[in-house]
Design a protein around this ligand. Structure first.
Ligand SMILES: Nc1nc2c(ncn2[C@@H]2O[C@H](COP(=O)(O)OP(=O)(O)O)[C@@H](O)[C@H]2O)c(=O)[nH]1
Ligand SMILES: [Mg+2]
Length: 322
């Protein structure tokens, strides 16, 4: 297929076209994804997550700049309705981001949080795979740290960066409630603001309390301060990202394999469920007696629990008996 070669060679127009087709659920695009999969698994995927306004997009912009200076190619997936990458931010920010738009080594793709064929998580994973197959050395994924989809998308990253700002008590609570588990690196951005050192200490203490007896070969989450608009702390952040990548890749990629195994399983189960849904939903809607059944439920002559169980039982009988 010609389009496969175009994408492998990093052709921007072919890639943009594929991504549009994927969004619209074109069966052709799915065939292309199948072919491309064998070329994935090379990019290092970095997730940046955190509340709106903490500076994820600005940090992403500075990381792109830093990576480009080192000759690395970069793909970006922005799943953030307020992201300058999705055109949702104030004009100044948007203009700043666009300097990368003319750089052949950078491909930026924004995903709206709604209206994706097969769901947002599946779309984000597909886009990451395409950027990976394109040969991008790094894929940066920006997600707002709220909601189930965002947590799932963060699960696609090899290195997860949790971004917060000084003095955000709520954020620290959220971190306690679970984000501490997913962060490989914690960034306190807006370090120019008061309370940065305090927040830094709080985070370090929390991480130490959580992992007092860290295994010798384990990764100890790192905490950094940044001031993104001035790129302060950004070279250090990139150095820690590279450290984490080395940690995952050493000894033949043992740690990476351990990280990815449950995720691959989850992704496969999701895809199977999605295929089932696509196959079965039309049959449910085509049930000749659906309207009558709904009327019966409404009149309390039967109940939705019994009806759904009976439907599934009938469906499985048909499948089993061919
Ligand atoms: N003072 C200060 N402002 C920042 C810093 N980083 C980002 N900002 C500003 O914070 C606002 C939100 O940044 P943005 O990157 O869009 O945040 P996002 O919603 O997390 O993607 C913008 O106006 C940025 O210019 C920082 O380190 N210090
Ligand atoms: Mg943003």
């Amino acid at each position: 297929m010609d389009i496969i070669n175009q994408i492998l060679q990093g052709d921007i127009r072919a890639t943009a076209r594929l991504m549009r087709d994927l969004d619209e659920g074109e069966p052709r695009a799915r065939e292309v994804l199948k072919e491309l999969y064998q070329y994935t698994g090379r990019a290092h995927i970095v997730g940046l997550t955190g509340s709106p306004g903490v500076g994820k997009s600005t940090l992403t912009d500075r990381l792109i700049q830093q990576l480009r200076q080192q000759g690395q190619t970069v793909g970006v997936v922005a799943v953030d309705p307020t992201s300058p990458f999705s055109g949702g931010a104030i004009l100044g920010d948007r203009i700043r981001m666009q300097r990368h738009a003319t750089d052949e080594g950078v491909f930026i793709r924004s995903l709206a949080t709604r209206g994706h064929f097969g769901g947002l998580t599946a779309s984000a994973r597909a886009v990451i795979n395409v950027l990976d197959a394109m040969g991008k050395d790094f894929v940066l994924v920006e997600t707002v740290g709220v909601g189930q989809d965002e947590v799932e998308i963060a699960g696609a990253a090899h290195t997860t960066i949790v971004v917060t700002v000084p003095g955000m008590g709520d954020d620290i609570q959220a971190i306690k409630a679970g984000i501490l588990e997913i962060g490989d690196i914690f960034v306190i951005n807006k370090a120019d603001r008061e309370g940065a050192d305090r927040t830094f200490q709080d985070l370090v203490t929390m991480i130490e309390m959580r992992q007092p007896h860290q295994a010798e070969d384990g990764w100890r989450p790192r905490v950094l301060k940044t001031e993104a608009p001035k790129s302060l702390g950004v070279p250090e952040l990139l150095a820690v990202i590279l450290d984490h990548r080395d940690y995952l890749r050493r000894e033949g990629g043992r740690n990476l394999a351990r990280l990815m195994a449950p995720r691959l399983r989850g992704e496969l189960v999701d895809l199977i469920l999605q295929s089932l849904r696509e196959k079965i939903l039309p049959r449910i809607l085509a049930e000749a007696s659906l309207e009558q059944t709904l009327a019966d439920i409404s009149a309390r002559k039967t109940d939705p629990y019994t009806v759904s169980e009976a439907f599934v039982a009938r469906l499985f009988n048909t499948v089993v008996s061919g």
